[in-house]
Design a protein around this ligand. Structure first.
Ligand code: PLP
Length: 226
């Protein structure tokens, strides 16, 4: 099947109101152009420099999502234009994004990544750390970031029950935070869960954004484990 047909097939499984982010990491700009020509505008990358290089050569109305672990010294490559940073996994990173936003006169939209998987290697806040951050004075003072919701990655397992439990845990945290008083720069609107192997479960569990790579582009050549 062609890339455009793959996209169409996946898009057909995504209900209205859920954003399909085509994860184009490691894929050449030409493949992104092919999906752009089919009308798709929302792409995700996990490396800041790769994202910035693609931004430079591709049409300006693409919405670029940063979904991978971000080092503070790489924020500068994407801060001027990034649509949403999904992978904010520490207060230090959020503070630095805020600092760069302030230099640019821009409010940078972010999601807070929560550690929901059993695996030790996944980045993110614990639910407790998240609560502390959102209640802190420091959070309120970060006027150049806008926290729009949460992101999570389930354990890489064929056990659908476990994946569902992990998504459900994040959803209930999301709902709890949505209902609680929060600083003006925090609005719980987006829940970024679901990848190629588990987006159908994530949608059933309340996802508003799915990040789909291999199901659209096919297997990546370079292994990526972020
Ligand atoms: C690579 C990646 C995806 C997409 O993974 P696929 O299994 O190829 O759909 C989603 N989220 C993050 C954070 C990623 O790094």
């Amino acid at each position: 099947m062609s890339l455009q047909q793959n996209l169409k097939e996946i898009a057909g499984k995504i209900p209205a109101g859920v954003t399909l982010i085509a994860v184009s990491k490691t894929q050449p700009a030409e493949k992104i152009s092919e999906l752009y020509a089919a009308g798709h505008r929302v792409f995700g990358e996990n490396r800041a420099q790769e994202l910035a290089m693609k931004y430079d050569v591709l049409p300006r109305d693409i919405q670029w999502h940063m979904i991978g672990h971000l080092q503070t010294n790489k924020i500068k490559y994407i801060a001027p234009f990034v649509h949403l940073i999904h992978s904010v996994d520490s207060e230090k990173l959020l503070a630095e994004i805020n600092r760069q936003g302030s230099k640019l006169g821009r409010v940078i939209p972010c999601l807070l990544q929560v550690h929901i998987a059993e695996e030790e290697t996944k980045f993110g806040f614990s639910p407790d750390e998240l609560g502390q951050l959102l209640a802190s004075r420091g959070m309120e003072e970060m006027k150049n970031v806008s926290v729009r919701g949460l992101m999570g990655m389930a354990t890489f397992t064929s056990d659908e029950g476990q994946v569902r439990r992990e998504f459900r845990m994040l959803r209930s945290l999301f709902e709890k935070l949505k209902d609680s008083v929060s600083p003006l720069n925090v609005k719980m609107e987006e829940l970024s869960i679901g990848m190629s192997g588990d987006f159908h479960i994530a949608i059933e569990e309340g996802s508003t954004m799915v990040r789909v790579g291999t199901a659209i582009f096919g297997e990546r050549i370079k292994p990526q484990n972020q």
